[in-house]
Design a protein around this ligand. Structure first.
Ligand code: ARG
Length: 258
């Protein structure tokens, strides 16, 4: 009789334990909602793949997305696509937000909403040292490569109004570098932080900065129009600016100054 009681108790305990395990497991994974971040992972150190190490998309924007989403109870799934398709991915509901070093331009604001700017940038013209290209005027008659749909494409077209040049676009930043090295482009325009990575490893390239207001080329997070995430993300971004967490990410990925 006693043995039966003990066995019975053990069974109850075991069932209880199992149920408890199930619960904790649930609240760790099952409960957490996932947000889809769309990006164009051709943009080190913002978002890129270190293909010799893994297929993961890493970078400043990925860390920033995970930090903010984590604070408001979400996990992040990163989707890679061409830069030119990012706005559409928000409009069609394929993504919850875009983090891609994207600049909040007036034109884009007609289709999507933006957070505040989290990092500023400037346009940089890169060419081969041997080309002798050192000023905007030197671009006269040259073929200038830019990323399709980027504000650098807009900049090249703007320059073309006063300095006649040929604007060519490509979907991905590495393609621009390749065309430049192959001599099919005389120069390319990309943002300074991304340019730096290439200038550091390609000794035959040189650059100069087009000095506009850095806010004008800065990066922000984009959301579908009227998403309730915009305000939530912006609040967390603001806190990260104040408590130094953003600066920590800047140091980690850009190595220092803002
Ligand atoms: N800041 C520029 C723009 O918004 C270029 C961004 C390119 N981003 C990228 N992940 N390739 O147009």
């Amino acid at each position: 009789m006693k043995k039966v009681m003990v066995l019975f108790l053990i069974m109850i305990l075991a069932v209880g334990l199992l149920a408890a395990c199930g619960e904790t497991k649930d609240s760790n994974t099952g409960d957490k909602k996932t947000l889809v971040m769309a990006t164009s992972a051709d943009y080190a150190p913002f978002e890129y793949i270190e293909s010799d190490k893994s297929d993961d998309i890493i970078g400043f924007d990925v860390d920033l997305a995970k930090a903010i989403a984590g604070k408001i109870g979400y996990e992040v799934e990163v989707k890679d696509m061409d830069f030119g398709g990012l706005i559409q991915s928000l409009k069609s509901g394929q993504a919850d937000f875009v983090l891609a070093g994207m600049t909040p331009t007036e034109k884009r604001k007609k289709n999507v909403d933006f957070s505040d700017i989290y990092y500023t940038a400037q346009h940089m013209v890169i060419s081969k040292k041997e080309s002798g290209i050192a000023t905007v005027e030197d671009l006269e008659g040259k073929t200038v490569g830019v990323q399709l749909g980027s504000i650098q494409e807009g900049k090249a077209e703007e320059i073309n109004e006063t300095v006649a040049l040929k604007v060519e676009n490509r979907n991905r930043i590495p393609e621009l570098i390749q065309e430049l090295k192959a001599g099919r482009f005389d120069a390319i325009i990309i943002e300074d932080t991304v340019a730096k990575g290439y200038l550091d490893k390609e000794a035959d390239l040189t650059s100069f900065t087009i000095s506009d207001d850095p806010e004008e080329a800065g990066s922000a997070i984009a959301f579908p129009k009227d998403s309730d995430l915009t305000e939530k993300f912006n609040q967390e971004l603001q806190k990260m600016k104040e408590n130094g967490e953003l600066q920590e990410l800047i140091v980690k990925w850009f190595g220092g100054e803002n």
